[in-house]
Unconditional design. Structure first.
Length: 366
């Protein structure tokens, strides 16, 4: 029908514009955050583009849901402001009649959200975690660029080293400036002719050969110097054991279903919840898009954004409740998303009845 076709076309145009705007904002913020992490030594500079791509893919489901929600609110809101909805209501077309073109527009997006949340979300998070773990396992010494001073991750040490060939675990002319104590009152300078990284169990040690260590206390002015043939210090405790444990968000959905636990069920509550949220937010947008054509305001858009924020906060709370065993997975999905569905249908029915029996629509048409 012409009604369905024209409404779908308006929704599609609005969805495309909204998606481009939101995606641009997300890409920009993700790039800035990732560059900051690379500058702080938390990720490899050459992995910035990959990490940004994985992060964007992982959150693309939420972006699609928000774009669809805003597209419905903006499109129907424009129809209200231009009095086109008044004409439809006066012609006997109820608000519930718009459910059909909205569903026709939303079902491909719903399928995309299902694929993104059940498959792409864990895949992107797993690849991001592996890139970060691979870089973190290199340790502070191996991340130092030859001939350059570089600060450690926690900011307590400054390194300078000259590498021996392509081996990232050994070097010569090692210089380490470190601070310790409550306010960094103890400062030490360690130099060595050679240094190497060694693993013992899950711990990483830095072994220095033929050097000396100078230490000074800023409060007491005490100084000490020690020469050594070999100096061994732990740099990364438990580096391997921590790297092998993936968070639930990086685990495949089938694995979460096979190995049920409170934390895994909490992650499932998030993934299944986003799929249900796509349906509920589409219906909720129909009821929240209503506005008075005689008032040039966008209060309906403000209320819609507030409803979106509240809904997604409840989605995060449901994840926490399930992970802490306060609610089961089914109970959390039923309470949060069942309540949202009831509110969306109730608001849609109330708007429909108000438009059907409110005489103001007749007067504004006349």
């Amino acid at each position: 029908m012409l009604f369905d076709t024209s409404t779908r076309a308006d929704l599609a145009r609005s969805f495309g514009v909204t998606l481009v705007v939101i995606l641009t904002i997300v890409l920009t913020s993700t790039l800035i955050r990732t560059l900051g992490q690379a500058a702080g030594g938390n990720v490899a500079p050459q992995d910035v583009i990959l990490l940004m791509g994985y992060a964007t893919l992982a959150h693309l489901g939420t972006i699609l849901i928000l774009s669809l929600f805003l597209a419905i609110v903006l499109t129907l809101g424009r129809l209200y402001r231009e009095s086109e909805m008044t004409v439809w209501f006066a012609s006997g077309v109820p608000l519930t009649r718009f459910v059909r073109p909205v569903v026709q527009m939303a079902w491909p997006i719903l399928l995309a959200v299902i694929v993104l949340e059940l498959l792409i979300w864990p895949w992107g998070n797993q690849n991001s975690a592996e890139l970060r773990d691979r870089y973190q396992r290199r340790g502070d010494l191996s991340r130092v660029a030859p001939g350059q001073f570089q600060t450690s991750r926690d900011g307590s040490r400054v390194f300078f080293i000259e590498r021996d060939g392509e081996d990232a675990t050994t070097g010569r002319n090692v210089f380490i400036l470190g601070q310790a104590g409550r306010d960094g009152e103890r400062e030490s300078v360690t130099t060595a002719a050679r240094g190497r990284l060694e693993m013992q169990g899950d711990d990483r040690f830095l072994v220095l050969d033929h050097g000396q260590r100078n230490e000074a206390n800023a409060h007491t002015a005490a100084k000490s110097m020690a020469r050594f043939d070999q100096y061994r210090v732990m740099t990364d405790p438990g580096v391997l054991s921590g790297a092998t444990q993936l968070p639930p968000k990086a685990v495949a959905t089938l694995e979460l279903l096979r190995h049920r636990s409170p934390r895994n069920d909490g992650e499932l509550a998030w993934r299944f919840g986003l799929i249900l949220a796509c349906v509920n937010m589409s219906l909720l947008a129909l009821g929240l898009s209503a506005s008075n054509p005689r008032r040039a305001s966008n209060w309906n858009l403000l209320f819609a954004l507030l409803a979106f924020v509240v809904y997604f906060n409840m989605l995060n709370l449901s994840l926490s409740w399930v992970a802490r065993e306060k609610l089961s997975l089914v109970a959390a999905l039923a309470r949060v998303h069942g309540s949202a569905l009831v509110v969306a249908l109730g608001l849609l029915w109330w708007r429909d009845q108000g438009a059907r029996f409110n005489p103001r629509w007749r007067r504004s048409l006349a």
